[in-house]
Design a protein around this ligand. Sequence first.
Ligand code: ARG
Length: 470
Amino acid sequence: MSKLWGGRFTKGTNKLVEEYTASIGFDKALAEEDVQGSLAHVTMLGKCGILPQEDVETIKEGLQKVLEKLHAGEVEFSVSDEDIHMNIEKHLIQEIGPVGGKLHTGRSRNDQVATDMHLYLRNRVVELTDLLHGLQEALIEQAKDNVETILPGYTHLQRAQPILFAHHLLAYVSMFRRDAERLTDSYKRINVLPLGAGALAGTTFPIDRHFVAEQLGFDGVYENSLDAVSDRDFIVEFLANASLIMTHLSRLSEELVLWSSTEFSFVELDDAFCTGSSIMPQKKNPDVPELVRGKTGRVYGNLIGLLTVLKSLPLAYNKDMQEDKEGMFDTVATLTGALQLFAPMIATMKVNKGRMREAVNTDFSNATDIADFLVGKGLPFRQAHEVIGKTVLYCINEGKFLLDLTMDEFKQFSPLFDENIYAVLQPEAVVNARNVYGGTATVQVQAAIGRAEVSLLEAKKWVAEHAAKL
Ligand code: ARG
């Protein structure tokens, strides 16, 4: 069979052009969505009296057969049929004869491809939200095991103030919760039907777009036919959301790499999530977080790639837009892979509570609290800051930490010191003194875990309600 659009042409296509313009190599991933869209379209053509019902039935049976063959891996795709839409139509016609050619009545590949992309992405967004929930769950479980684990909190990667490890983990729970909310919110812009826009201007056939939308589980239809076929905002939005998720995963990855180094030894990743060195037998490398950190670049690249494709594109469809796919597929695969690994990696991570505690005992992360102690005695904070700065310098020169100082030594720096300072400087006291909403005090962290669990449970309901439409 020749090209589906061959009528106007007097020559065959140059082989290299055929290969260069074909998208079947990657858009075959949309096969399922393409058939689903066609089933809804042809049902509507029958309902609206555009095609006789018997043709509709024949086409539907043919499409079902193509779908079965697709599932069985029996459909061979051909580059000369350019893309998934024409490949499937070719197979349909092979299956049921020329009546298959009636399927494309009142539609264009431009609204067809957009429909496929919407169908594809809405399901991926639900799956990815589910994976984000799984990761939050793993982080919350680790947090529950570490409501008494104290480690230094850092600013500038310098020890700053002691915090609970649970508090640190909950910071990531907050990030991934926002990420999941962003995906959930984007769903309403993805779940809109472009079909019926035709090539760009609508169609002369008396179609019922709302009926198609209903069959495919879309919440609405595009308002404007030009926008319907030109819009790739929903993919840009997805790529932007994916980029931010990767940013968060990459920050956590960096911490895991640092924490699992011999220098820190705060955590140990399970053997099942690490790899060895081909030359150095002692090595256990945190390859998963390293690769997630590295793969963040390609996800950012996919976002910038699509923004650049769309920039300056005149309305409506342009072939440039075929470039929307590979970056999207690659991002879905990269993000899915990372999230699938992260949840069990966090769940099985061993936390070296002793090492974290030792770090806090041998630093000056309680210095703010002595300043606050003097402020409590009436000294202005700025003066207290100066006094403690000198005290710390003295300690450094003497090779001591604040808790090693005698009362006489403290008094050298301020007469306002008294015996209570030793209790104030204990890491537990330092942590529990931050008893503000959102702070690191144990009671606050326990309450935060409770809130995180409630909100996760709520968010999971959305996933259950939206799981795998079609
Ligand atoms: N393979 C094309 C794409 O992905 C489908 C739409 C083609 N439309 C056209 N008028 N050539 O963008």
